[in-house]
Design a protein around this ligand. Structure first.
Ligand code: ME8
Length: 517
């Protein structure tokens, strides 16, 4: 009997398709994708969900501005988002749109469960609302500015005074339960610094949450009261359940994948994920996600991206300029996950040339060319390993454990640093051993040095696939590793087989050349 693989369910935030995707969105997709690919290669049965958040006032207003219906707007823009996922090589299992029919059923079922638990009541909402954030703010979180308008202190978005009949969720009943959850699962929100902000907000007291609107109708109808549509965040968060078959919670899929292992989100929406979401789930009697991973924001040259500044870069343009794997590598290597990060042309070119073209690409090109010329184009047979060979191989062998540990914490930059450290050591080893001299003086020893070098390259290539699926695959192909099994992490426990035929070497990582002006 074959043993069933362990399951792993991860999600990105679902993006509002009111504008066009930018590098910040791309960063979140790439990071989550690297995690999904890592888990697949590490033997997990992965479910990876991403998509678009299509309801709410923001979308309704954007459509009105363009003189089209909200549905026309989201149909058009969801396609743009899907195209960006393809451009970035995102390997999701489902692209959910909150206008999908099964999502209406899931959202209404979650509502009914919260209602059956006595947590929903009808009242009147009076307060400040930010359409841009799709969020309510307490008076103390707002300020009146010189232009006579009121703004959110935290997000700088303009607020409108709202008064309407609304259903409420008894969030105030969940303060103690949430604090108990944070005690019991200190890693529920991660990294700690960002999670602490959430905890202090909850400690400051929770008010009941307005969860329906009557002044527009672009949303999921409230069960039993068609005058109301759900507050967009209620239906948006439910996407994580819809994606695994809810409301059929006895289905094999739901049983297998819920609760989610990790929700990957940005720092601006941690309250929704670490406060509202677990409270809704507790109310509905459903298990809670294991972790909410909160990443920082990306800035262009240290400056916030905004349409008015004209510094919003389309992910596709980036990929066209630098190459897909280069972009994926850059973001995951450059930004410690959880912290804010910045990107600039010089920083990307620096990484492309130093880390990829020189450190990885040159080593592969030099060693493989020597093998092609001097070893009949096949993996040479090693002789006895010297202390230097053994030390080099041992460093590569220890990578899996290190990299796995770092990925578990979404610390991609540290995982890549560890791999590139080993590549650096291998470059030094290659330079010290001088196989080009050994070619004449001691060909058997040359074979051993080339073998060790190829073996280190193989291990780093296998481990870098989640980040650079295309280029790492090309390196593996050049090392004669074409089968699926030879690329799984289980293959790290084996060694290159001497005599394996290799194709003609070809450069994998181009150097960035400035275009002539
Ligand atoms: O918040 N850098 O959608 P969204 C890094 N629909 N990440 C960024 C970023 C930046 N400059 N700007 C935005 C929403 N993000 C809701 C989510 S989930 C049930 C509903 C991140 O389109 C942001 O933090 O405004 C979020 O995780 C994601 O992009 C989508 O943002």
């Amino acid at each position: 009997m074959t043993q069933q693989k362990p399951s792993y369910y991860l999600t990105t935030a679902i993006t509002y398709p009111n504008g066009v995707p930018h590098i910040g969105h791309a960063y979140e997709y790439i990071a989550t994708d690297a995690m999904a690919r890592f888990k697949r290669l590490d033997g997990f049965d992965v479910m990876f969900l991403t998509g678009t958040d299509e309801h709410g006032m923001k979308i309704a207003q954007a459509a009105e501005k363009e003189g089209i219906t909200p549905k026309e707007l989201v149909d058009r823009n969801a396609e743009i988002y899907q195209a960006v996922h393809a451009e970035l090589g995102i390997s999701h299992d489902r692209f959910i749109r909150t206008t999908d029919a099964d999502h209406y059923a899931a959202s209404q079922d979650l509502w009914r469960r919260m209602e059956a638990n006595g947590d929903i009541y009808l009242g009147k909402y009076e307060g400040w609302y930010s359409v841009r954030d799709e969020a309510f703010y307490g008076e103390d979180e707002t300020e009146l500015r010189e232009d006579g308008k009121r703004y959110s202190k935290t997000t700088d978005t303009e607020l409108t005074w709202t008064e309407e009949e609304s259903y409420f969720f008894r969030l105030s009943n969940y303060q103690e339960k949430l604090l108990a959850l944070y005690e019991e699962q200190p890693e529920f929100g991660y990294p700690r610094s960002r999670f602490n902000e959430v905890i202090s907000f909850v400690k400051g007291g929770l008010e009941d949450l307005s969860i329906s609107r009557t002044t527009f109708d672009w949303g999921v109808p409230v069960p039993g009261d068609d005058k109301h549509v759900m507050y967009v965040w209620v239906d948006a968060l439910t996407n994580y359940l819809t994606g695994v078959g809810f409301p059929d919670d006895s289905s094999e899929k739901f049983q297998r994948f819920w609760p989610a292992d990790v929700h990957v989100i940005g720092k601006d929406i941690s309250r929704f994920h670490a406060i509202f979401w677990p409270a809704f789930l507790m109310s509905a009697g459903l298990p809670l996600p294991k972790r909410v991973m909160i990443h920082g924001f990306l800035h262009n040259n240290g400056v916030k991206m905004s349409k008015s500044l004209g510094n919003v870069v389309a992910p596709g343009d980036f990929v066209a300029q630098y190459g897909l794997d280069q972009v994926r590598y850059f973001f995951l290597r450059e930004v410690p996950f959880g912290a804010d990060g910045s990107y600039s042309h010089d920083a990307i070119v620096g990484r492309m040339n130093a880390d990829l073209a020189n450190n990885f690409g040159n080593l592969a090109q030099r060693s493989l060319s020597m093998v092609a010329k001097n070893c009949d184009g096949a993996v040479p047979a090693p002789g006895e390993f010297s202390a230097a060979d053994q030390a080099m191989l041992a460093q590569a062998d220890s990578l899996l454990e290190t990299v796995r540990g770092e990925f578990e914490e979404q610390q991609f930059s540290r995982a890549l640093e560890a791999m590139w450290h080993v590549l650096g050591e291998c470059n030094a080893y290659f330079a010290e051993q001088q196989p080009w001299v050994l070619r004449k003086t001691d060909p058997a020893r040359m074979n051993t040095v080339l073998y060790v070098t190829l073996e280190v390259l193989r291990q780093v290539a296998i481990l870098s696939q989640p980040v650079m699926p295309g280029s790492a695959g090309t390196v593996l192909g050049l090392l004669g590793q074409d089968s699926e099994e030879s690329r799984l992490f289980t293959a790290l426990g084996t060694r290159l087989v001497a005599g394996t035929d290799l194709p003609a070497p070809a450069p994998v990582f181009p150097k960035y050349e400035e275009p002539e002006v």
